[in-house]
Design a protein around this ligand. Structure first.
Ligand code: ARG
Length: 607
């Protein structure tokens, strides 16, 4: 029961090289037009369109006939889903995307893409590169990484750093104006403890600063005193209040404490190639006062057991503590001030916080309270807390080192670098690659695999950290993807075709993509914009990794069954280059590179 749709006349080449877009989005538009014509009264019905599962016929599937039939029935018109599907098909406007439509039980519409369209899109991805789809440009503030100074960066911050950077890369690719902020914990009670302890033990600290290792041990000792010694606790709080009042001596010590960890954090960002603007809690100290005044004036603060709290509108949300009984400010206060700064000064129309799941309730309360105070108009500004689960060790328990402390980030990176060379050395790659190539492959694999393992898991769940798993060269791992990329590069080196020759070929009217594995690869590539749309809506990255894996697999199948270059068996000389396949290889390389770019992974040409 295939119902063919006549395609409109083919256009001249210059016009058929068209923009790149989400096919699901475009198919929805086409079906919407048919809906308006078929059932004008139900014109606000939401068209449902999905990518077909591999077992089904067709490339995409429209699931709307069933829902429509139900709605029509409710309004007194009895039509079966199959009839609705038929009517929808009849009224599909002429277009260049659809080749064929068929109906499956009870009323699914299977859509097959036009071959010509597929070829033109592939050619366009070669001629114009993987261009970003059209979106409304926004000013986005993304708050991620954000470690605390007194403690070393740990694996929870690794997730925030990796996920945040990748989301920022995605939004930058889409053309948004992105501000990447590192909201470091450089303020508040931990600093009070640290400084109070420092004042006691190292009165000479201004002339003789400590390295960070000591600082951490130091923090632990000060925390112990804080928990056990009421008098010390009082003094620690007093130091915070002094700091907030710009006491010059405390400020100087504070700056000195800051100096070493800041350098250490930077080393990690440099290794992972992550750009961030530091704007910690302390940055907002003066605006905190103003906010409190404003909230007081608006009568939004409640005095409760010596503290000032702000109560959210929604029930069951925790109140925010804005001023403590000793007059000190809190994490809640600085977040209030930071949000206002991002709205007023940064003029953000989208704000994203990347934090562990444990902070979700804090952000729910915060988002509610700033709305209550009239600081944010949620119809105009989008605001998200992108939260993630914890990192587990191979024993499925929270990842820790023996002493019971959370694992240090530098140790993980060093171990990655060490382990990433085990396999290449086993395969004697050092005999083939130059030392520079080997070194590039090593960092690419080490950092790539750590990032990919994190991003390929749904961020909302916990994930098991295992170097052995992430360094496997098969399956959904960075190593496998990077390896497939090097294959595209080696084909290009072998074919040795002049860039101009391939350019002219891509402008050609009748490029033939016919082998099932060529078609499968091409159609897989075209799903890119559907995936981009989904991950931008949901702010998750694992669908992009799944897409990448499908491309790598489809490419591998294509590579095994379709010669791109034919060589003389005896002389090894190239005797034939299949241009359309070379074109597919190039576009595969482009799309892989674009995905790597969004994921923050650096591919290499050889490994
Ligand atoms: N410093 C916090 C932590 O380590 C994360 C800060 C997240 N950003 C924010 N604006 N609260 O848990």
């Amino acid at each position: 029961n295939v119902l063919y749709i006549k395609n409109s006349k083919p256009r001249p080449v210059s016009e058929t090289v068209e923009g790149q877009f989400s096919i699901i989005g475009e198919l929805k538009n086409i079906f919407k037009k048919s809906l308006i014509k078929s059932y004008p009264k139900s014109n606000d019905f939401n068209i449902k369109m999905v990518i077909s599962s591999p077992s089904k016929s067709g490339d995409y599937q429209c699931d709307s006939a069933m829902g429509l039939s139900k709605i029509l029935k409710e309004s007194g018109t009895k039509v079966s889903p199959a009839e609705v599907a038929k009517t929808l098909i009849k009224n599909i406007p002429a277009n260049r995307i659809i080749e064929a439509l068929s109906i499956g039980d009870p009323g699914f519409i299977n859509i097959t893409l036009s071959q010509k369209f597929v070829v033109r899109q592939i050619a366009s991805m070669f001629l114009e590169g993987v261009r970003p789809p059209k979106v409304d440009k926004k000013r986005v503030v993304i708050d991620f990484s954000s470690p605390n100074i007194a403690k070393e960066m740990h694996v929870g911050h690794l997730r925030s750093t990796i996920i945040g950077d990748s989301l920022a890369r995605l939004l930058e690719y889409l053309g948004h104006d992105v501000v990447r902020l590192n909201h470091v914990g450089d303020w508040g009670t931990p600093f009070g403890m640290l400084l109070a302890h420092l004042n006691d033990k190292y009165p000479d600290y201004l002339n003789n600063p400590l390295p960070i290792g000591d600082l951490q041990a130091f923090y632990k000792k000060s925390k112990k005193r804080f928990d056990e010694d009421a008098e010390f606790k009082k003094r620690a709080y007093a130091v915070v209040v002094e700091l907030q009042a710009h006491n010059p001596d405390q400020t100087k010590r504070w700056q000195l404490i800051w100096y070493t960890p800041r350098k250490e954090f930077q080393k990690i960002y440099d290794r992972l190639d992550i750009k961030l603007t530091e704007r910690g809690e302390s940055f907002y100290q003066d605006s905190m006062k103003k906010i409190i005044e404003d909230l007081k004036q608006k009568n939004l603060l409640v005095y409760e057991e010596g503290r000032y709290v702000m109560v959210p509108q929604k029930e069951n949300l925790n109140p925010l503590t804005v001023v403590k009984s000793d007059g000190g400010y809190t994490y809640d206060t600085s977040d209030n001030a930071a949000l206002c700064h991002r709205l007023e000064v940064e003029k953000a129309d989208w704000i994203i916080y990347v934090t562990d799941r444990g902070q979700s309730s804090h952000f729910e309360s915060l988002f509610d309270c700033v709305e209550r105070a009239g600081y944010i108009d949620k119809n105009r500004v989008r605001i998200d807390n992108v939260s993630f689960g914890v990192v587990l060790g191979e024993n499925k328990k929270r990842l820790k080192i023996r002493s019971g402390d959370t694992i240090r980030l530098v140790d993980i990176l060093d171990e990655g670098i060490k382990k990433s060379m085990d396999k290449p050395i086993k395969k004697n790659r050092e005999r083939i690659l130059s030392p520079e190539e080997l070194e590039q492959a090593r960092t690419s694999v080490a950092y790539g695999c750590i990032k990919y393992a994190d991003l390929s898991n749904n961020r909302k769940g916990d994930y098991v950290f295992s170097f052995d798993k992430m360094l496997e060269d098969e399956g959904n791992t960075a190593v496998y993807m990077l390896y497939q990329y090097t294959r595209t590069q080696s084909i290009a080196r072998l074919a040795n075709v002049e860039p101009n020759q391939l350019l002219n070929y891509a402008k050609n009217e009748d490029i033939k993509i016919e082998h099932p594995n060529e078609i499968k690869l091409a159609k897989e590539i075209l799903k890119f914009y559907d995936v981009i749309q989904k991950i931008t809506e949901d702010l998750v990255l694992h669908p992009l990794c799944e897409y990448l894996y499908k491309i790598a697999t489809a490419f591998s199948e294509f590579y095994d069954s379709c010669y791109c270059v034919e060589k003389d068996r005896k002389t090894g000389e190239v005797i034939k280059v299949y241009m359309h396949r070379l074109l597919l290889c190039e576009v595969t390389a482009n799309i892989l590179a674009k995905c790597f770019d969004i994921l923050g992974i650096k591919p290499v040409n050889r490994m």
